[in-house]
Design a protein around this ligand. Structure first.
Ligand SMILES: NC(=O)c1ccc[n+]([C@@H]2O[C@H](COP(=O)([O-])OP(=O)(O)OC[C@H]3O[C@@H](n4cnc5c(N)ncnc54)[C@H](O)[C@@H]3O)[C@@H](O)[C@H]2O)c1
Length: 327
């Protein structure tokens, strides 16, 4: 199979890339290294892939790379997508808290415009499948659990709005042009290579370094956490068996409060955390919890990694890879 991954140097993109290469597939990876977090981490994520013949890296902004407005650009995009079986669209400006204010422009560019440009280019290739990394943040603050794909989405952050807009573009291009799109709503992904702005990463690094961890809220907020290899497997399965135009929740089924996560990490790391509680941020939701029935029915989605095991692997990664980089 020939695959294209957008956002290939990021947390999910690079993990998916390594798995596809290990399975014997060819991968074209695209990334423009948005400066949201340290470039060193992204270079380290890509190091293994870059050594392999079956991998080709293109450093580019997807808004430019998939431009089809003039003939010359459209020809280039066609050449790139010709022969590609699946596009795994992971590129996005991530982060809920940074999405307020003037930086929303960055979210519009990378998350909405980037997706629209990609879809315009993909609709010219009828046999192509597009798997899109959507987010549980499209649901917003809800009292109904578990969250189901049929619930009316009501995001409470500009980031969530941008992810939902891109998801709508997916279903729109399917309905209007027959493009085979599948959207996957990830519920908080964690594990080795997790982004350094995410709570587990920050918490583990602070415990290992003996530094203070700033916790937004009272710690009783909970998330449905999903281990990275379960997300990677689901991307592959969705590319093979996801229904065209479909939207799927992907949750690990391990709903736990931050206060209990802290206790678990303390016991796994053998060290105490120093927590500073501060007021909750706008855009943060209180709880998330996914119904994964739809993915279970369509391709047998079954998360395999327990929270204890997943956290132990993330602790090891941060200790061995992140801290030695001086980050
Ligand atoms: N990590 C999670 O818990 C989570 C949860 C829900 C949804 N998601 C979604 O999953 C995807 C991957 O998230 P991640 O945690 O790996 O983030 P990440 O920031 O580690 O990776 C995203 C990558 O996309 C690249 N990128 C951004 N805009 C680009 C553009 N215009 N052109 C080319 N490359 C561009 C960035 O440089 C980055 O390397 C994102 O779409 C994110 O919204 C992630």
């Amino acid at each position: 199979m020939r695959c294209l991954i957008t956002g290939v140097s990021g947390f999910v993109g690079s993990s998916l890339c390594d798995r596809l290469l290990a399975d014997g597939h060819e991968v074209v990876g695209v990334d423009c290294f948005v400066p949201y977090y340290a470039r060193q981490l992204k270079d380290s994520n890509l190091a293994g892939a870059r050594d392999q013949k079956a991998f080709r890296f293109i450093e580019a902004d997807i808004c430019k790379l998939f431009e089809t407005d003039d003939e010359a650009s459209a020809k280039k995009a066609d050449e790139l997508l010709g022969g590609i079986d699946v596009v795994y669209h992971q590129a996005a400006q991530a982060g809920v808290r940074a999405s307020w204010g003037r930086d929303f422009e960055i979210y519009v560019h990378n998350n909405i415009l980037g997706t629209q440009k990609l879809l315009e280019a993909c609709r010219r290739h009828k046999s192509l499948r597009v798997v899109y990394a959507s987010s549980s943040s499209v649901y917003g603050e809800t009292r109904k659990f578990p969250m189901e794909e049929t619930d009316v989405p009501a995001p409470v952050s500009p980031y969530g709005v941008s992810k939902l807009a891109a998801e709508h573009l997916m279903t729109l291009y399917h309905a209007n042009y027959g493009t085979h799109t599948v959207s996957l709503r990830y519920f908080t992904v964690y594990g080795p290579r997790q982004r350094p702005d995410m709570a587990f990463h920050k918490l583990i690094a602070s415990i290992l370094k003996g530094e203070e961890f700033v916790l937004f809220g009272n710690g009783e907020q909970s998330r449905d956490f999903t281990f990275i290899s379960d997300i990677v497997q689901a991307n592959i399965d969705a590319g093979n068996s996801g229904k065209a135009g479909g939207v799927y929740n992907l949750g690990g089924g391990t709903q736990i409060t931050m206060n209990n996560v802290i206790k678990l990490i303390e016991s796994l790391a053998g060290k105490k955390a120093r927590i500073k509680y501060v007021e909750r941020h706008h855009g943060d939701v209180t709880h998330t919890g996914a119904s994964v029935e739809r993915a279970r029915k369509d391709w047998g989605f079954q998360p395999k990694i327990s929270l204890e095991e997943g956290l132990a692997r993330e602790i090891e990664f941060i200790g061995k890879v992140v801290l030695p980089l001086g980050l």
